[in-house]
Design a protein around this ligand. Sequence first.
Ligand code: ZN
Length: 195
Amino acid sequence: MAIMEILTYPNPRLREVSAPVDVFDSKLKKLTEDMIETMYDAHGIGLAAPQVGVLQRVVVIDTRPKNDEGRRYDNDEMGELEKKVTQPLILINPRIVGGVGSTTFDEGCLSVPSFYETVERKEVIEVETYDLSGKKYKFKTDGLLAICIQHELDHLEGKLFIDRISFLKSKKIKNEIQKHGYPKKEKKEKAEVKK
Ligand code: ZN
């Protein structure tokens, strides 16, 4: 496995629409393994392939909390449907085919490090996706996993969370990055919710 470089805004690759995967081979499996390792290394809870410069519809996610030894576990703060999903989760060519309710969360992004804003998302979603073997299946989820999936699927369309906040807030963040770049060190406690 290998840790990949995570691209940051304003890298133009983050603005492109990713192509569907049509070959389910060992190369795809290796990509997901590297993405999972990269996500854990960056203390993120989700990573989409375009964030590592690969313009394919591939997403990896693990929203489970970590204990002091770094082991991931299910806990009561997780959504009822979220707990039923085996993680780390690998999504190939995912689509949201249903969604109800609305919820908000202070989102961050590994491609916009150290910035957080409240974003509104659907509360419960139904996802249609392929697994690594090319098998199509559907599942419903809620909690942080539902939020994270919506965030990651945006990446596949070239969209970032800073596009889903008010024009003024978005402009402020973009100006800040343009003027000062990204802070060198990130706060650890906030790092847990980066996607
Ligand atoms: Zn992101």
